[in-house]
Design a protein around this ligand. Sequence first.
Ligand code: PLP
Length: 398
Amino acid sequence: MGSVTDKQASIDKGEQVFYKTYNRFPVIFDRGNGVCLYDSEGNEYLDFGAGIAVAGLGYNDPEYNQALTEQMGRLLHCSNLFYNQPAIDAGEKLLKVSQMEKVFFTNSGTEAVEGALKIAKRYAYNRDGHGGHEIIAMKHSFHGRSLGALSVTGNDHYQEPFAPLLPGIKFADFNDLDSVKALVNDKTCGVIMETIQGEGGIYPATEEFLKGVEALCHERDMLLILDEIQCGMGRSGFMFAWQEYGVKPDVMLAAKALGNGVPVGAFLARGRAATAMGPGDHGTTYGGNPFVCRAADTVLRLFERRHILEHVREVGAYLWDKLEQVAKNHDRVKAHRGKGLMQGLEFDCPVGGMVTKALLEQRLVLISAGANVIRFVPPLVITKEDVDHMVERLEKVI
Ligand SMILES: *Cc1c(COP(=O)(O)O)cnc(C)c1O
């Protein structure tokens, strides 16, 4: 266990070595167990961030660890020039729970977004026999940091220094169908959105909007791409958030909780989107390797066996009631939004970073989503008792 001076020395060293693209909180996490994290000084934190919605099954799960340990001693990597059984198994399970037809495993969420954008462009190229197509994305969206994903991320602050980005991207207002319709033309090949906007402040799509965009996509022969990287994998109380809406995307994206901590994402497609790209159109060296796919396969197996969706609905409803109470108790809380175990409280001023910092001192990990919103994305295995403990500490800090 490190001393305070060791800790500061490590943090200083970190600041020396890392390319500075983050302002980090002064905590060194050392290990995790269940829904708790432990820092380098041995302090226990209740975790309502899950490493940004990643650790769905929590930390140090014995069955998950055993599967990965076994796989490590067998084979980590073999490239996509060959088959590997964990990828076949994970793929089969993922298609079953997503109602999709084809899967491509990536190393991250951002890369899943890249794949989806390529499908949309390839689809329209097959359709029209030429390139130059356009994609409609949403304002206040977040799809990742690579140049393609950044191009569809509706945030000027993130985009401006890196211009010019992908041409032909237009931004509509989320939950405003007319604003999407106004941007469609003969060159449009797809619409991309998060089913529940995450980084933008926890905004669920309305049913009317999602159904309207789906109908528009059918009508104009465009692809509906749903980014479920944050809201998917059980977080909304449904395996994928769109499954609650009575719609069906042509392409959908998963990552974050898919691997429970190992880097794995996926894009999935169905219908004509499932065959739009062919051999030579896309690839990856690591993506879908046996190690990460063994993780994804194990996550999907444990989700089913442990009835994670039912659990999320129950604890999510409990969290909802508790946060409604918090919102009522405090005038500065302006709104409460979300579904399942993806909820947010919006304040009337930019408190996000401040609240997070104060809560860390209370040994509670909570992250923000934009300046005014604090975000609740705990491990999905969190209990009602954990929710009570969290609310106690939150009330103190507000
Ligand atoms: C996190 C996130 C991404 C990017 O995923 P990375 O794994 O960080 O590349 C894309 N879309 C959404 C909705 C996300 O929350």
